[in-house]
Design a protein around this ligand. Sequence first.
Ligand code: NAD
Ligand code: DAU
Length: 336
Amino acid sequence: MRRLLVTGGAGFIGSNFVHHVMEHTDAHVTVLDKMTYAASPEALAALPAARVRVVEGDITDAALVDELVAGLTGEDDALVHYAAESHNDNSLADPSPFITTNLVGTFTLLEAVRRHGVRMHHVSTDEVYGDLELDDPQRFTEATPYRPSSPYSASKAGADHLVRAWVRSFGVRATLSNCSNNYGPWQHVEKFIPRQVTNLLSGGRVKLYGSGANVRDWIHADDHSSAVLTILDAGQVGQTYLVGADGERSNLQVVRLLLELLGRDPDDLDHVTDRAGHDLRYAIDPTKLRTELGWVPRYTSFEEGLASTVEWYAAHEDWWGPKKAAVEAAYAAKGQ
Ligand code: NAD
Ligand code: DAU
């Protein structure tokens, strides 16, 4: 029986991965999650209790991490590391938890897998590469130099460097992936797409940072999960794989689509204070993952994926409703 330890498994993407593992493998999963404001234990509620165990705890807790990693004794067992502080705006308001969780937490996990010889996959972001010009024909590849802009992306870049150093210096069996912007169910209302969808569902308006020209490369969270499982099963130790689904859209394009999907006027939007140091464009070249490991995304139409995500939020106000007021109050205090 394969056992996976999934850190951050109650978060937006980690919980999606746990669902993916339940549907596509017979593995048993232990989730290690601190249950911060970003966690959604509800997202795990419908899963089979015989195959999913949830441990509330911190990845910086070396004793707890050691105990859980020590249980990964099978040849196919692995640690899959999603836990992080994940929101750029929060990292500008207070970088401190980003340093603790993203750097010290990753270090703590690496020391445990080193001690116990356990396979690890480290989940990271395309933001470690900084940003591209709007008209740059290049996209990010595995060879692009690191140039992070925000405290969040710098902490993820540092974590990636730690993983590579532990592979090279200590022979840790780890792979890495750097993925573009995810969308889908259970994403916290602080993030761009859920914030705008829930603003519109509540009768409010879209809040666009600056001009809205910034470009993100959108991928459905289900496709991120299938990519991580593919890398876990077939990836080469020490290698990095970029994950993306050719989903480049400007923020203005995304909000115009949302306004249309929700039957609103195309101008029901406010341009608000821009994010400090706001990265202009991210774009992933996923050739290595596609050609070497044969991965393909299921969502080839961003428009269809977005429409189903809007439907999901419309049906789950009981989940996001109680979080909404505090998030909007914090944004309003910053003129956003
Ligand atoms: P999220 O904020 O929705 O979830 C993070 C989870 O980690 C939460 O459940 C939280 O409780 C948990 N957590 C935070 N600190 C912890 C700690 N100290 N110990 C244990 N658990 C802790 O984040 P997400 O959007 O699901 O992102 C998951 C991972 O994927 C992150 O590593 C992020 O950098 C990476 N990533 C995210 C995206 C994206 O678009 N959201 C894209 C590429 C990579
Ligand atoms: O690229 C991968 C990264 O994508 C992940 O590593 C991060 O964890 C994830 O949060 C995401 O980072 P971004 O900063 O790109 O995502 P966010 O949802 O915060 O914002 C997306 C874009 O929308 C960005 O250009 C800022 C803009 N924005 C955001 C918010 C919250 C707005 O215009 N208005 C808003 O209200």
